[in-house]
Design a protein around this ligand. Structure first.
Ligand code: EPZ
Length: 436
């Protein structure tokens, strides 16, 4: 298994191109199941999760062609054209769903288009139990008959789906996306209350609108969908990745560097930018992107609580904890979205961080130095927090289980190395390999 070796201590300087957002791209790709017309998506990142979904959609009968690829500095993105003339199946098998939980997003579209769907229950994962009850209750509210058998969700809507009022008892990005897609082809009006406001939900809603869906309230927590009999293909550009943006913003801050994050959009990262500003990091929107720098000054401790958008994102919690490990005070970091998202804490502690976890909060007392060490993590954002810590630590950090990073960060090693980081990917045979 490949590893990443980092020799810390270099302030990063230069430009980093921000890729298309993984968490927008995945639901957008599943929207191809809703129409027999071609859906052309551009600015897709080259990531393992995208390939996993390509395999799943292909197995359901979606014809997928790819053009273009990331260029040398990784900013072109790929263009996929997805055409689902006829469905060839309605089952999402365990082997594919197990690899990527976002596979659950085929449930709503399959049910709406074919009136039947069989999707493996995803099960828990490294960050929490992650049930799908809200997806199922919402679809049942639209008239689907749902049974759980042999680890599979069996959903049927023989007479089609019918609009209804659904109030989510808690905010769920995935359930909002599944219901938006299903409601687009349901009969009559569906109201989604307490809907997720994450920009990726907005990206999906805008694409569905371009496909002919009627959706009001995009960007708010009340979405009103008037079902239409059919949707058409369209062309749509995936939004920039706000978690990648936030992650590289922390890279600039933690190394005392100066980075311009090209194509980044300040609007989607305002909660992260606010924490940065309070920590003493300058974040400025420029024509070419976001400029993030910390020249000379220390890092002030800032308390952070994760919340649904527009609050501070759970997907940035581990990265900001790495930053706070170097602060000149004590920061309380509280995770309210997932119950087991502190897997990076013991690994950061192995590098010398002073962190005490109590329930869903972590008290991070800043130290003047972290020391490189071999580390590993069990999910994507936890893994990248260790890369960030390694960039600012003294000595060598060896990050194991790089496949987590391949799921969600396009050309991470190349992008950081281009800004001066001493970082390389090492194959299991001990050779230095190109990141791609
Ligand atoms: C999305 O996951 C993202 N994934 C996650 O990003 C992100 O952390 C999460 O939203 C929160 O922002 C994708 O977009 C592909 P949720 P999702 O449904 O949709 C509970 C990353 O690192 N819940 O908003 O699965 C759930 O357990 C990943 O890129 C239920 O109880 O998250 C959690 O506590 C990781 N029942 C909370 O709601 C349900 O039916 C929010 O989850 C659904 C969710």
């Amino acid at each position: 298994m490949d590893r990443i070796r980092i020799t810390g201590g270099v302030p990063l300087e230069g430009d980093i191109p921000i890729s298309g957002a993984k968490n927008a791209a995945l639901p957008l790709m599943t929207a191809s199941l809703l129409t027999d017309g071609p859906l052309q998506l551009s600015n897709l990142p080259h990531l393992m999760d995208i390939s996993t979904l390509v395999n799943l959609l292909t197995s359901l009968g979606v014809d997928i062609t790819m053009e273009g690829d990331a260029d040398d500095d990784g900013h072109t993105g790929r263009v996929l054209t997805l055409t689902c003339g006829d469905l060839s199946g309605t089952t999402a098998p365990y082997d594919l769903v197990r690899k990527m939980r976002a596979s659950i997003l085929v449930l709503g579209p399959l049910l709406a288009r074919a009136g039947t769907a069989r999707v493996s229950l995803p099960g828990g994962c490294a960050i929490g139990t992650r049930p799908v009850d809200l997806h199922l209750a919402g679809l049942a509210e639209l008239g689907a008959e749902i049974e759980l058998t042999d680890g599979y969700i069996e959903a049927r809507a023989p007479r089609g789906l019918k609009g209804s009022v659904i109030r989510f008892p808690r905010v769920s990005v995935g359930a909002t996306e599944n219901l938006l897609m299903a409601a687009s082809l349901a009969e009559g009006e569906t109201v989604l209350e307490n809907a997720a406001r994450e920009p990726e939900v907005g990206d999906l809603a805008n694409c569905l609108t371009a496909m002919g869906a009627e959706i009001d309230g995009i960007g708010t927590d009340r979405l009103v969908v008037t079902g239409v009999p059919r949707l058409a293909g369209t062309r749509y550009r995936v939004m920039p990745d706000r978690v990648e943006t936030g992650t590289f913003a922390v890279a600039a801050a933690i190394t005392g560097g100066d980075l311009t994050l090209r194509h980044a959009d300040a609007d989607g990262v305002s909660a992260v930018a606010e924490v940065m500003a309070r920590a003493g990091v300058a974040v400025k929107q420029k024509a070419e992107g976001l400029r993030v720098r910390r020249n000379g000054a220390g890092i002030s401790a800032v308390d952070v609580t994760t919340q649904p958008y527009p609050g501070f994102p759970t997907d940035m919690q581990a990265q900001v904890m790495a930053l706070m490990a170097f602060s000149d005070g004590a920061a309380m970091i509280t995770e309210t979205i997932f119950e087991n998202r502190f897997m990076h804490v013991p690994e950061l502690a192995r590098m010398g961080a002073d962190i005490t976890v109590s329930g869903s909060s972590a008290m991070v007392r800043g130290v003047s130095e972290l020391k490189g060490a071999p580390v590993m993590a069990t999910d994507l954002r936890a893994s990248v927090s260790l890369v960030l810590a390694g960039l600012a630590a003294t000595g060598d950090t060896l990050v194991n289980r790089v496949y987590h990073l391949d799921r969600g960060y396009e050309r991470l090693v190349q992008k950081l190395a281009a800004c001066g980081a001493r970082i390389e990917r090492i194959s299991d045979r001990g050779e230095s390999v190109r990141d791609g």
